[in-house]
Design a protein around this ligand. Structure first.
Ligand code: NAD
Ligand code: TYD
Length: 359
């Protein structure tokens, strides 16, 4: 039985990945989920799997070397899938330190612990052990409208403290590959959306605000472009890269779905109107009048766009979920999980929201 150590599995993408892997492999794999449960980590995301015999949750911080080494000592780990990170650009602008601590130093702890557990006395590595570092397209910097795409060969040129910390962690993983022939891959993915996404990010924030008739904050002119990918497609890509990718390689993952932020907001409003049943009082609240242009994000990257040619040619992965379908699935999920949204937006979220949006 192959054993996975997943870091950050209680967050948005990590929890979707764990659900995807159990749907795909059932009882033939075991997953150890290591997460310290920051504001973004939520065990409710994993309710459906928590009773499985082949699932273990360990509350630990990836910056805690002893705790991480202990996990490698207790389990014979075959795969590491490293999601754990501070992930929100706006928070990184306000408080960069924790981004360096978790994203850079935490990644170093993960690399060292895996290396220690997997290295043979002669410096080679045990057979069939693999580490996958989950990263972002934001490490490549910003494109202009009409420019080309990000390729795996595009130089790293991060701008925000978040993307700088992710680029640093990518470089550390690359250094381990180049120096020790450490068996790893790096994936750089575009913006994800889907179930369990914390409502500090654009899509769940807009869905949640619109349903309550609250203002929809648009940074700057609303024309910044992101390339959106449904989270299940990302989970599938990670698994395919880890099983079929060439070790030591970087793979870009993207949705071929570039949209301006303002377009995204209009699509969400239209889809909410279509999906809310007649007579539902929220139909009266959902309106374009809620759109409110606010001060731009500092250093706001203009456009991200991935060319996922390498992963398609070498591995056969391509984005399967069209945006209109993915957004319907996401909205349906939020309709069915009102309690989840209530829980995550109580407490600290209110404070964050008030400070961030002066609301
Ligand atoms: P998230 O913020 O929803 O989840 C992060 C998880 O990591 C949380 O469960 C949190 O508790 C955990 N965590 C944070 N610090 C930790 C620490 N020190 N020790 C242990 N656990 C810790 O993030 P996400 O959106 O699911 O992103 C996951 C990964 O994917 C990140 O590495 C991010 O950079 C990358 N990524 C995200 C996107 C996106 O659109 N969200 C796109 C590309 C890449
Ligand atoms: P976000 O979801 O934070 O992802 P990222 O910054 O990592 O791409 O933001 C997506 C885009 O939406 C980005 O251009 C910033 C913009 N945005 C707003 O206009 N208003 C908001 O309230 C938020 C959270 C984001």
């Amino acid at each position: 039985m192959r054993t996975y150590l997943v870091t950050g599995g209680a967050g948005f993408i990590g929890s979707n990945y764990i659900h995807y892997m159990f749907r795909k492999y059932g009882d033939t794999i075991r997953i150890i989920n290591v997460d310290c449960l920051t504001y973004a980590g939520n065990l409710e995301n994993l309710k459906a799997v928590e009773d499985r015999d082949n699932y273990v949750f360990v509350k630990a911080d990836i910056r805690d070397r002893e705790a991480i080494e202990k996990i490698f000592g207790e389990y014979d780990i075959d795969r590491v899938v490293h999601f754990a990170a501070e992930s929100h650009v706006d928070r990184s602008i306000r408080n960069p330190e924790v981004f360096v601590e978790t994203n850079v130093l935490g990644t170093l702890v993960m690399l060292n612990a895996a290396k220690k557990a997997w290295e043979n006395p002669d410096g080679s590595f045990k057979e069939n052990k693999k580490f996958l570092h989950v990263s972002t397209d934001e490490v490549y910097g910003s494109l202009e409208e009409g420019d080309t795409y990000f390729y795996e060969t595009t130089p790293l040129d991060p701008h925000s403290p978040y993307s700088a910390s992710k680029a640093s962690s990518d470089m550390l993983v690359k250094a381990y590959i180049d120096t020790y022939h450490f068996p790893a891959n790096i994936t750089n993915c575009s913006n994800n959306y889907g179930p369990y996404q914390f409502p500090e990010k654009l899509i769940p924030l807009i869905i949640n605000n619109a349903l309550q008739g609250k203002k929809l904050p648009v940074y700057g002119d609303g024309k910044n472009v992101r390339d959106w990918l449904y989270v299940d497609d990302h989970a599938k890509a990670i698994d395919m890269v880890q099983e079929q990718g060439r070790l030591g390689e970087r793979y870009n993952i993207g949705g071929h779905n570039e949209k301006q932020n303002i377009e995204i907001i209009h699509i969400i409003l239209d889809t909410l109107q279509e999906m809310l049943p007649k007579g539902d009082p929220r139909r009266e609240l959902v309106s374009e009048k809620l759109i409110t242009y606010v001060e731009d994000r500092k250093g706001h990257d203009r456009r991200y766009a991935i060319a996922p040619d390498k992963i398609k040619e070498e591995i056969g992965w391509y984005p399967e979920t069209m945006f209109r379908e993915g957004i319907r699935l996401t909205i349906q999920w939020f309709f069915e999980h009102e309690e989840w949204m209530k829980n995550v937006t109580s407490g600290d979220y209110q404070k964050y929201y008030a400070e961030m949006y002066q609301a």
